[in-house]
Design a protein around this ligand. Structure first.
Ligand code: LLP
Length: 423
């Protein structure tokens, strides 16, 4: 089998460490399953992205949907990032870390009145509208509140991001944004509303995109649109090009921020706007693992199974996208490789972390690390089968911190009660 080794998750005398802390020590202190993140990874990726675009006026808004642990959010915020929030709940979490709403973007294809009001009450930098209806709705709410809303309009550039269909968002068939062909007319119409100021154009073409071309294609289209709007007298202050920058889960070779910058900066230079980015996965994905213990192993005539204590309820991506997450033992013990399905305890055949995967033979009590679990891991966890969601741990050099404890059985009953009249 292959072993993934990086500066952040590395084997030290055959034992896997996160920065300076062994994963075995974390298991002893926090149990399994558990998410473990490297703070240095987050900081290094943020700095890498930030520096790549230093030649243009830009700002990163961390897409907190990828990992909304308060300490992860705060790590990026303290480095200078803004926060892209996709719901009232994410906005609430951003407020909880003390984030300035002027460093927040409010995103979402279907915001409720309450969510728009919340964004307006706090004066977020921009509310990104995804339909004409929504712009009019924002306008009427802002009017009621005696405010002028700063808004961006999300345009669907109709380019193929060449990624998993469930995470592709920039094709005409997807639900996101307004139609590119009518964008100029719609944006000009919306700019005449009394209580909305259109300050931005926004795109987000999909996620886990590993080729630069779809970005170049859509940025060219949007820069042309911005020029046309400016000729008609509408100055666009922000061009938000979303996130979607792919990472290596297995053998993908994505572009680096520097390569992306080299391709995009000359196009950005044609307009005078601040460029906004909303990376989520790039900043967090390979900075986390899901630590899990082998409960049992078994074999039948044609398959080996490794049954672990983590499940689809902890990491959903393999089940819903057939996503690849590398799985490797915490202790390299030189045992022979086998091919196995690595499965969880949930009552579904779809509950697997890896299928037909080459892995060193393991036994009850062994620890495994499910790699690349820092993005869209814990945030997509659920309580199905009344399982408690796992803890989240951040390692900073030689110390680890339990930033969110494992849920208790009481958490599972939150505000749920037996109603006597019903029985
Ligand atoms: N901005 C917007 C408007 C988005 O919708 C997204 C992700 C991002 C930024 C951040 O994209 P990123 O840089 O992380 O690719 N659950 C899926 C991913 C869904 C992404 C949804 N939107 C997964 O596990 O792969």
């Amino acid at each position: 089998m292959k072993f993934f080794d990086s500066e952040y998750f590395t084997y030290n005398s055959n034992e896997l460490f996160c920065e300076g802390v062994s994963l075995t020590a974390i298991k002893e202190g926090a149990g399994t399953p558990a998410y473990v993140y490297s703070k240095k990874f987050f900081a290094d990726r943020y700095t890498e992205f930030e520096q790549a675009f230093s030649k243009v006026n830009h700002k990163i808004f961390y897409a907190t949907k990828a990992n909304f642990n308060l300490n992860v959010m705060k790590t990026f915020y303290d480095l200078g990032s803004g926060i892209d929030v996709n719901s009232g709940g994410e906005l609430y979490r951003a407020l909880k870390i003390g984030a300035d709403p002027k460093r927040m973007l409010l995103t979402g294809v279907g915001k409720t009145k309450d969510e728009i009001k919340l964004g307006l009450e706090h004066d977020v930098l921009m509310i990104k509208a995804e339909s004409v209806d929504e712009v009019y709705f924002i306008n009427s709410i802002a009017k009621e509140m005696g405010k002028t809303a700063s808004a961006a309009i999300r345009v669907n550039p109709d380019v193929d991001p060449l990624t998993h269909p469930y995470i592709s968002t920039g094709l005409a068939e997807n639900k996101f944004g307004i139609e590119s062909a009518r964008a100029e007319e719609i944006i000009l119409e919306c700019s005449r509303l009394s209580n909305v100021k259109i300050t931005g154009i926004d795109i987000h073409i999909g996620s886990q995109i590993t080729s630069i071309n779809p970005f170049v294609e859509s940025v060219i289209k949007m820069v042309e649109l911005i020029k046309r709007l400016e000729l008609k007298g509408l100055k666009i202050e922000h061009f938000d090009m979303g996130g979607g920058f792919g990472i290596t889960y297995n053998d993908e070779i994505p572009f680096s921020p520097k390569e992306l910058a080299d391709a995009l900066i000359p196009i950005f230079m044609q307009v005078d706007c601040q460029i906004l980015f909303e990376p989520g996965r790039f900043l967090t994905g390979n900075g986390g693992v899901l630590l899990t213990e082998v409960l049992f192993t078994k074999s039948n005539s044609n398959k080996n199974f490794v049954i672990v204590d983590a499940a689809m309820t902890d990491l959903l991506r393999p089940s819903i996208y057939k996503a690849y997450h590398h799985v490797q033992p915490v202790i390299k013990n030189g045992s022979k490789d086998i091919t196995a399905d690595i499965v969880g305890p949930v009552c579904e055949s779809g509950d697997f972390l890896a299928k037909n995967r080459e892995i060193s033979e393991c036994k009850m009590g062994d620890l495994l690390a499910v790699m690349s679990a820092g993005a869209y891991g814990m945030v997509m966890a659920s309580n199905y089968n009344a399982r408690r969601r796992p803890p989240e741990i951040i390692v900073d050099k030689n110390k680890y911190y339990i930033c969110r404890a494992r849920e208790t059985y009481e958490h599972l009953l939150y505000d749920e009660k037996i109603i006597d009249e019903l029985h």
